[in-house]
Design a protein around this ligand. Structure first.
Ligand code: SP5
Ligand code: ZN
Length: 384
């Protein structure tokens, strides 16, 4: 029996609170593409799909502990107070945006530490697309808490699934799936720097929390739960990569565009370090990648790396900026491609948590995200 409904975890405490007025793209000031309208259109589509999805706004408070396991305290202190200090120091009420970023060629000459908010704005942010507004910290914090709430429910769903398989009332072909519909997104946020619309790395926080639970044991080796991160956003998840670069669990895998943002990470030569060597798999793909090429590469990644890792859980960084009409990206995946991607992920046969990342073609955002989730459930969607 296929699991008939997928639980969707969301909250307006994150989705609508953070509303930067602008960003800079290729030298021009534009509207903020990571818009607060995005979750609304996704939700509207999911709610139009009969009873396929069950939306809950219940958010548990996990406190600062799981967030502090992934992000450095000085960075968290900065994010929390940045807006207030920025205003005190005469910054524009629109929000914090760096004017000077310590480029490595400059930083190697200097011995000064960031003394004020103008300096810190560059120290803790790597580009011009992560404005910190009055409510940004709260929104990012709540996005992490929603994702943790979903991760806790993944544990429950996975246990239930295991029992059903043993009892013969479910098969491994239809593992449970859950979806955290959050923003701001997370996969560009490193342990101590924000950028690319991302402040706190929601998925990394959830992954580390799952690994840290003392009562949860891996089926494969009796150690901590084994997790594969599958990052299918168009952009490389430099943040998730950095956070887990020296760890053998989770396994980070990413399919993304070569020669595009964030430009300086995402090479296949980045394989992890120390204990983490071999547990970071980057698969850069060319611009104009199509459905067939994408699905074929994903299937090969799953066969060669995901399944051999013997994961207990899969966490998907779900970006649909791979869509052919995405305004800031360059792949050619169509709305017919997304159910195929979801279906490939289902075939891993492992309980999966999808966490929302990018995707900026508002008109097709619901259809495309819904396509992946419905494809995972072995269903096909209907258009609005
Ligand atoms: C979460 C997420 O998707 N963040 C992406 C932030 C990207 N911001 C910079 C985009 C630069 C786009 N440059 C145009 C290249 C066209 N191929
Ligand atoms: Zn992206």
């Amino acid at each position: 029996m296929a699991p008939s409904r997928m639980k969707v975890f969301t909250s307006t405490l994150c989705t609508t609170m953070h509303t930067p007025a602008f960003e800079f793209l290729s030298g021009s000031e534009t509207h903020f593409y990571e818009s607060p309208d995005r979750p609304g259109v996704i939700l509207k589509y999911l709610e139009s799909q009969g009873d396929a999805f069950e939306v809950t706004e219940r958010v548990e408070d996990f406190g600062p502990g799981p967030i502090e396991r992934v992000h450095k305290q000085d960075f968290l202190d900065y994010l929390k107070t940045a807006y207030e200090e920025w205003i005190e120091e005469g910054g524009h009420p629109n929000g914090v945006l760096p004017g000077t970023i310590p480029h490595y060629k400059v930083a190697r000459l200097g011995k000064l530490k960031a003394a004020n908010c103008l300096a810190k704005s560059g120290e803790y942010c790597f580009d011009l697309s992560a404005v910190i507004t009055k409510d940004t910290f709260k929104a990012a914090w709540n996005a992490a808490q929603v994702t943790l709430t979903a991760a806790k429910d993944l544990v429950r769903a996975a246990d239930e699934f295991e029992q059903s398989v043993e009892a013969g009332s479910a098969t491994r072909k239809n593992p449970p799936g859950l979806y955290a519909l959050v923003r701001p997104p997370g996969h560009h946020a490193q342990s101590d720097i924000c950028g690319g619309y991302c402040y706190l790395n929601n998925l990394a926080i959830a992954a580390q929390w799952l690994i840290d639970q003392p009562g949860l044991k891996s089926k494969a080796d009796g150690g901590p739960k084994r997790i594969v991160i599958l990052d299918i956003d168009f952009h490389h998840g430099n943040g998730t990569q950095e956070i887990f670069y020296t760890a053998a669990n989770p396994l980070y895998t990413s399919l993304h565009s070569i020669d595009d943002y964030p430009y300086f990470t995402g090479s296949a030569l980045e394989k992890g370090e120390g204990e983490g060597l071999g547990f970071n798999i980057n698969i850069p793909m060319p611009q104009a990648t199509t459905n067939d090429d994408y699905v074929e590469t994903l299937d090969k990644l799953i066969k060669d790396h995901v399944i051999p890792f013997k994961p207990d859980y899969v966490l998907v960084s779900l970006g649909v900026d791979t869509y052919k009409d995405d305004p800031i990206a360059g792949f050619l995946v169509t709305s017919e491609g997304y159910p195929r991607i979801g279906n490939s992920i289902r075939k891993i046969g492992v309980p999966t948590l999808f966490v929302q990342e990018g995707g900026y073609c508002i008109e097709k955002l619901g259809l495309n995200v819904g396509g992946i989730l419905l494809g995972y459930m072995g269903k096909t969607g209907t258009t609005l």
